[in-house]
Design a binder for this molecule. Sequence first.
Ligand SMILES: [Zn+2]
Length: 158
Amino acid sequence: MDKKIEFSELTEDDPIIFEDGRSLTFEIVPDEGVSIDDYDCYGRIVRTGHDASRPKDFDGNAEIIDRNRWEVAWWQPPNDIKRGDANFSRLRSIVEDILGYGFVGYVVSLKCPHGGVIDQEGLWAMEPFLSHELESEIVAELASVLMDRVSKEECCHG
Ligand SMILES: [Zn+2]
C-alpha cells in the first residue's frame, strides 16, 4: 500500500481509487440499532401528550426539546450540566439532532475493481453531525485499520 495516501481525504463524495482499480469508499448510514435512551450522557427523554406537564421525576433543569402534532418530548439534561453552562446549548443541539436524525454509522469499504465489497470497517452509534475535523480523523483511522488487514490480492470473488 502506498503510504503517501492520505486517508483523511476520503469523503462521501470522493472515494480514493488505487492504481490496481480497487477503491475505498466512505458512507454515513443510519444506525437503527441504538436509541438515545441507551446512553446516560445525553440525559433523559420522556414523551408526553401536549396537555401533560413536566414528568414528575424531571426537575427545573428540564425543558421541552421537540414537539409534533401528537406529543412533546421533555428533555432532562444530565445532572452535571446546568442551564447556563457553556455545554448546555451544545448538548441541547446534539440531542435535537439525534432526535431528528437518529444515530449513524460510519462505514469505510474497500471495493474491488468489479465494485464488490472486499472488506469493511465501521464505527456505530455516532452522533449525526460531527465536525469535519473529527469526521476525517475517524475516517482515516477506519481506513487505516481496514487497509492494514487486507492483502493486495483480495477481490469480491475471493
Ligand atoms: Zn471482484
